[in-house]
Design a protein around this ligand. Structure first.
Ligand code: SF4
Length: 302
């Protein structure tokens, strides 16, 4: 075992810490993690692990979510500059304006948002549970923030609700084009197309399967098909290949790469554990307001 990994394992025991990692971080980080998953799984598991300290290997909003759900625990993030650009895309002024316009409104906040934006929302969702949660809301009007593509995908399945969309996006998914997917399909005609709903609607339309990262992994693993074109961030390929060594996975383009997720390194994981660095802290007012929509998500997703 490499020295750095050995030291991380030792520090984990000494500090009663657990490492959670998102599917989009580098392979070597996934390999040292105790739990790997998408945003929904990570927020859920953060409430279940017994450890005093959680090292959250993902972008900063994930550390914030873990802290909101576990205010008594220490949440360490390996790199405090690894932030998701989408997390700041919703505007509080716009939320307030839309709230004034509609009576029977629910502000539905994609978990990829800052704690402050969550604090102005009624319920959080992830790509794994958004359809279930929005369909169970009693409200007629849904203001879906910030990701427009995910909002439109959910709206297409709930024609009985009236959606107002925001204009946020994930650059990694939005840059996958229909032409690239079709080109990849031409090269791999037997491949099924697996699409994350943060992709644009014309790419979503091409999907044999559309769903969250955990949904994509489950679908590919259970499928009898052996070839897949994967339309999401490339970090997911590590688990796809590990679970399905006999299957083939292709991407649509060469830039399905999230630079922020890839900023997290083994050195940083080691250093935050050793010196208790980058502990997430949130002011009390934001915390208590942002906690409600997150807990509501966990309840409604049951
Ligand atoms: S892949 Fe997209 S949504 Fe996920 S952290 Fe990166 S920029 Fe944000």
């Amino acid at each position: 075992m490499n020295r750095m990994i050995h030291d991380i394992q030792k520090l984990k025991t000494e500090k009663d810490a657990v490492i959670l990692a998102h599917y989009y971080v580098d392979e070597e980080i996934q390999e040292i993690a105790d739990y790997i998953g998408d945003s929904f799984y990570l927020s859920q598991i953060a409430t279940e692990v017994p450890h005093d300290t959680i090292v959250l290997c993902g972008v900063t909003f994930m550390g914030e979510s873990a802290k909101l759900l576990n205010p008594q625990k220490t949440i360490l993030i390996p790199n405090s500059s690894a932030s998701c650009p989408m997390a700041d895309m919703a505007s509080i002024e716009k939320i307030q304006a839309v709230k004034e316009e509609y009576n029977d409104l629910a502000v539905v906040c994609y978990i990829n948002s800052t704690a402050e934006i969550k604090s102005y929302s009624d319920v959080c969702v992830t790509s794994a549970n958004a359809l279930k949660i929005v369909s169970n809301l009693p409200n007629q009007h849904i203001y879906f923030i910030p990701d427009e593509n995910l909002g439109r995908y959910i709206a297409s399945q709930l024609p009985e609700k009236h959606f107002i969309f925001d204009d946020g996006f994930c650059h990694v998914h939005a840059e996958i084009t229909k032409e690239e997917v079709l080109q990849s399909k031409e090269l791999n005609p037997n491949a099924q197309i697996l699409v994350h709903p943060e992709c644009t609607p014309d790419v979503v339309q091409l999907g044999d399967y559309v769903g969250s990262t955990s949904g994509i992994i489950q679908y590919a693993t259970e499928s009898t098909c052996t070839d897949f074109i994967v339309c999401t961030e490339i970090g997911i390929l590590h688990q796809l290949k590990k679970k399905n060594p006999q299957k083939h996975f292709y991407t649509a383009n060469s830039i399905q790469y999230c630079p922020n997720m890839k900023r997290i390194t083994l050195n940083q994981v080691h250093d935050v554990l050793k010196n208790s660095l980058n502990s997430v802290s949130l002011d009390e007012e934001t915390s208590s307001a942002a906690n409600l929509p997150l807990h509501r998500m966990l309840e409604l997703a049951q």
